[in-house]
Design a binder for this molecule. Structure first.
Ligand SMILES: [Zn+2]
Length: 132
């Protein structure tokens, strides 16, 4: 994956603000994630350099690339969870374990696992697995 779980948490929060029709603010992001405004500020600059978010009209917005990266990491997480649960691991434990390495799996491997599992539509928690 091209993003880490930490970056994912930021992107998901920013997307939530955007989905409600407004740009995210540093203060709002920091509050949602329970981090200081200075760490939020630093992380946003980092995400901007990676082209995952942009600043526009006083707000922070996720880019197409950012949305694509979110979907890829969510897919990796849910595919790994599905695999672990099918192997007999408890769903909550599977979630915890998947988080340890989902972000380091190459996209091709995730796709192979996804096909191997028969392209499941939902993860063990009933959340949708993105198609691509
Ligand atoms: Zn999970």
């Amino acid at each position: 994956m091209n993003i880490s779980n930490r970056e994912l948490r930021y992107l998901v929060v920013i997307k939530e603000f955007n989905d409600k029709g407004s740009g995210a603010t540093i203060f709002g992001i920091a509050k949602s994630l329970g981090v200081s405004t200075s760490s939020a500020y630093e992380e946003i600059n980092h995400l901007m350099r990676k082209g995952l978010v942009v600043k526009r009209d006083y707000g922070i917005y996720i880019t197409e690339k950012g949305i694509k990266e979110i979907n890829e990491l969510i897919k990796a997480h849910r595919v790994v969870e599905t695999l672990l649960v099918r192997a007999g691991i408890d769903p909550d434990k599977a979630c915890e374990l998947a988080r340890m390495f989902d972000e380091s799996l190459p996209k091709e491997v995730v796709e192979k696992l996804y096909e191997y599992l028969g392209k499941p539509e939902k993860c063990p928690h009933g959340h949708e697995i993105p198609v691509s």
